[in-house]
Ligand binder design. Structure first.
Ligand code: FCB
Length: 468
């Protein structure tokens, strides 16, 4: 990328006032359904997101996975762009419905795309950081119960096996799942993500089976690629009571923390489900799904934990009297998240950079042996393209403040090894469709023209200087 007059020439490394450790991994992230498009190419099968998008009223503006950022066809140019930005790593996801279109037989043509992607990345000196599941479950498996069906975890292991067989020689870090909380609780309880079910019991089953799928997939990775690193990415939130003196708020915060964070962290990193959560979810059947050996399988050691951070949760247990809508907070449907008057992103999320420090410091305290990577962090804002490009000062400020927060965590001794901005490109933001833009690079969906935003130039400079 040419030096830009808005940022000045990139300085050589070592001149940053907040330097990051040598070898700190700088990357950007995307996900298959959000950027690829070409949803019917080369034998790809339908996914739960294709089905969900086709249902009226689910996704803003009736948007679908077409055209997305047309990355399936523009991939080589996109990798060049990554290299121009100086990215050292690229986090992407493999689409299960390309690899095993109906959940069964392998489709070699679907793997070809990722094979080419790995080669392009490696030729440009960019480390591939693939995630094996970022929400695009083959619809055929949903037709058999989806994540409520224990067998889906075994089908995941088969799929992982076929991916590793083909790509395992060129990847040094694998991620099993992205944000299983969203798959389970937004997908099966709140119904705002695919498959759009509003059945709390189903969500609890899905959550456990996703953890099991992680364990099964990890076992396959260990077998096929014994020298590669492997982990999982969770969306984690510091949770606080709105009024710490109010018992209802304290209890609401406990429940939200249990459902959001500890449902996943404890089985993965402690080998057991928290007692309070087991009792909260007893009426929803959690215990029924946990079989002998599951705990051991799920807790097999990981080499790292991926942390996605966007904001924190401030919770009240005081209902506002509105009729309860389907909620992801199973057993705690009345909880609310009052605002604190802080600035918000285009998603309506409060900007709380210090929450990232708190989260990382807390995780390191609880799980000191597990290296951490921020695998997503970023912001949507309503960007405007002008003749001189895309000036996005709010995103630049978001990036800088969160990198400062990560730097502070490092200063406090956290074993943080990398940071991936979400997202490289503007893309299909799930239920929000194309209306919300998270990219460092603007995408004009009509022409597929890419325009790096000022934030892209800023991030390029951070990478070049290895710090802020
Ligand atoms: C995360 C998702 C990612 C993206 C960001 C904004 O929850 O993992 O796909 O949509 O939010």
């Amino acid at each position: 990328m040419p030096d830009d007059e808005r940022t000045g020439p990139a300085k050589a490394g070592g001149q940053a006032s907040a330097p990051f450790p040598d070898g700190f991994l700088w990357g950007a992230a995307t996900a298959s359904f959000q950027i690829e498009g070409s949803t019917a190419a080369d034998g790809r099968g339908g996914s739960i997101w294709d089905t969900f998008c086709a249902r009226p009223g689910t996704v803003a503006n009736g948007d679908t996975g077409e055209p997305a950022a047309d990355h399936y066809r523009l991939m080589p140019a996109d990798v060049r762009l990554m290299a121009e930005l100086g990215l050292r790593a690229y986090r992407f996801s493999v689409a299960w419905p390309r690899v095993r279109p109906d959940g069964g037989a392998v489709n070699a043509a679907g793997l070809d795309f990722y094979d080419r992607l790995l080669d392009e990345l490696l030729e440009h000196g960019i480390a591939p950081w693939p995630t094996l599941y970022h929400w695009d479950l083959p619809q055929a498996l949903e037709d058999r119960g989806g994540w409520t069906n224990r067998d889906t975890a075994h089908r995941f292991a088969d799929y992982v096996d076929s991916v590793l067989e083909r790509l395992g020689d060129r990847v040094s870090n694998w991620t099993t799942l992205n944000e299983p909380w969203c798959s389970a609780f937004l997908g099966y309880a709140a119904g705002v993500h695919a498959p759009g079910r509003t059945e709390p019991r189903a969500a609890v089953a899905a959550g456990h089976h996703l953890l099991l799928a992680h364990g099964e997939g990890l076992a396959v990775i260990r077998e096929r690629a014994p020298h590669a690193g492997a982990g999982i990415t969770l969306n984690l939130f510091p949770v606080r009571a709105h009024d710490p003196a109010d018992e209802a708020d304290v209890e609401a915060a406990r429940r939200v923390d249990a459902l959001q964070n500890r449902f996943f962290l404890d089985p993965l990193l402690r080998g057991s489900c928290p007692r309070d959560l087991l009792s909260d979810l007893e009426p929803f059947g959690l215990g029924e799904h946990v079989k002998a050996d599951d705990a051991e399988r799920i807790a097999a050691p990981v080499d790292l934990l991926g942390v996605n951070y966007y904001h924190d949760h401030t919770v009240t247990g005081r209902s506002d009297g509105r009729p309860a809508a389907p909620s992801p907070w199973v057993g705690a449907e009345h909880v609310r998240f009052p605002g604190r008057g802080l600035p918000r992103t285009g998603m309506g999320w409060e900007v709380v950079p210090e929450g990232l420090t708190e989260l990382l410091v807390g995780l390191h305290r609880e799980f000191p042996a597990t290296p951490l990577y921020v695998t997503e962090n970023g912001a949507a804002y309503p960007d405007v393209v002008t003749a001189s490009g895309v000036d996005d000062p709010e995103r630049v400020a978001y990036l800088e403040s969160h990198l400062s927060a990560a730097h502070e965590a490092l200063r406090r001794g956290v074993d943080l090894r990398g940071y991936f901005y979400w997202s490289l490109l503007d893309n299909f933001e799930w239920a929000e469709g194309y209306a919300k833009r998270f990219g460092l690079v603007h995408v004009d969906y009509a022409t597929q023209r890419r325009t790096p935003k000022a934030s892209a130039y800023r991030y390029a400079r951070v990478i070049a200087e290895n710090g802020l």
